[in-house]
Design a protein around this ligand. Structure first.
Ligand code: PA5
Length: 428
């Protein structure tokens, strides 16, 4: 049997007691039952709960489509924002692309003319396929960017050539993107009605770009499915997702209002970006919620490290630590040793990284920043699948413990109203 990701929480024990955790058990059990019985808030958006089991029905179609794309494309552009962007990027960056994969690009998550123009330049002379992803099919950012790339593709390949190189992932029936796909004859994939954007990485939203990147999507689903078993036990001593949710909730009640997800591996940067959306949109409402922030380590010890060590004591941290690196490197001995680093000669940089992690966790604890660590055995598709489901179940239970609906995001409409008014849209 494969091992599992683990939650190490020794460094929060000065801040919360076993008694407090035990006292939370009835609330956790009730949240757990509401979630699984689909009787809690946002119950119409619980399709993600069994996606790792259901999605295998889609594997064949996604594999065939990704094989078609990979056989022709040198560049593959994924257009989307929020939940229609972050999951795919997080997994692709964490695992890395296969050697025969096309170069993957992302757009639609900003509206910078320079960014879009630079992309157009880099596609010159390279075979391009596009996957445009939007559940609503009407989001402004990907809409604007897709309009530009649709015109580019039609000018470059003709209307028919463009339509076989554009794949749309959207709602089964509604939205402008669905209508456009129908009129232009694009290949389409469906985002299920009952899966919200930030929970959609294990639908074609994430799985198609991840497959095009040459990553084994079946392994991701297997990893995620293996966590369903863990998460279906409400007992926190057996269920790290719920333990994490309970610890966060207790720390929040004690004034720890900001959680920093600190990764010790640059490949996890976009897992943190995905996590920020998952937790920020799910919890930040009704005047409540832990603010999800992130740091790259050790990089940010030389910028935000000062604040974390000595700023306002409203923080806690969750570290992401990968046990096994893919590569072996050794720090060389130097005859002159001018830099005084010969005491590290023969060690791997990863060993120095580990000691930096251990030293930082201790220093932050001493500075009143409780911290816990998610230990990931290896950055493989299987364990990335576990990470995804670990956090999804944690945020669902965390939202219920907080007393909010973790599956809506009414606040994201406010900026849109103003933007539409300022742009002179007639029916905003
Ligand atoms: O989680 C969500 O629902 C949002 O962040 C959406 O993913 C994001 O707004 C993009 O929406 P759409 O896929 O409709 O373009």
């Amino acid at each position: 049997m494969k091992s599992r990701i683990k939650l190490e929480w020794e460094n929060v024990k000065n801040f919360i007691s076993m008694n407090e955790l035990d006292e939370m058990m009835p609330q956790i059990e009730s949240a757990h039952h509401l979630l699984l019985a689909k009787k809690g808030r946002g119950a119409d958006f619980l399709g993600w709960l069994d996606l790792p089991l259901k999605a295998s029905a889609l594997l064949q179609e996604i594999r065939e489509e990704s094989a078609r794309i990979c056989s022709e494309a040198e560049n593959f552009l994924v257009i989307g924002i929020g939940g229609s962007y972050l999951g795919a990027r997080a997994v692709i960056e964490a695992v890395g692309c296969g050697c025969n994969a096309p170069q993957i690009y992302f757009a639609g998550h900003n509206m910078s003319s320079d960014y879009i123009g630079d992309l157009l330049d880099s596609f010159k002379g390279k075979e391009l396929f596009i996957n445009v992803i939007s559940k609503s099919g009407t989001t402004t950012e990907p809409g604007v960017v897709f309009r530009i790339f649709k015109e580019y593709m039609e000018m470059r390949y003709g209307r028919e050539g463009a339509s076989r190189r554009i794949i749309a992932t959207t709602d089964a029936t509604k939205g402008a993107l669905r209508q456009m796909a129908k009129e232009e004859g694009y290949k389409t994939f469906i985002i299920p009605d009952d899966v919200g954007g930030r929970f959609s990485v294990l639908t074609p939203v994430g799985l198609l770009p991840i497959a095009v990147a040459g990553i084994d999507i079946e392994e991701i689903l297997k990893g995620a499915a293996s966590w369903i078993e863990v998460a279906n036990n409400p007992e926190i001593s057996e269920n790290p997702s719920y333990l994490y949710a309970a610890i966060r909730n207790l720390l929040y009640r004690k004034g720890k209002l900001i959680e920093i997800l600190g990764n010790w591996h640059p490949r996890l940067h976009y897992i943190a970006e995905w996590w920020k959306q998952l937790f920020g949109e799910s919890e930040g409402k009704d005047g409540k919620g832990i603010f999800p922030a992130s740091v790259d380590l050790t990089t940010d010890l030389h910028s935000l490290g000062q604040w974390i060590q000595e700023g306002q004591r409203i923080l806690f941290e969750t570290f992401l630590w990968v046990e096994k690196s893919k590569r072996e490197l050794t720090i060389p001995r130097d005859k002159k040793d001018i830099d005084g680093l010969n005491y590290l000669a023969g060690m791997s940089p990863e060993m120095v990284n580990r000691k930096a992690y251990e030293g930082t966790a201790l220093a932050h604890l001493e500075g009143s920043v409780p911290n816990m660590t998610i230990i990931i055995p290896e950055l493989t598709p299987y364990y990335v699948g576990q990470i995804i489901y670990f956090f999804e179940r944690a945020v669902a239970i965390g939202g219920y413990l907080l007393g909010v609906n973790p599956f809506d995001q009414p606040g994201v409409e406010a900026y849109k109203k103003n933007m539409f008014r300022l742009l002179g849209k007639l029916d905003h």
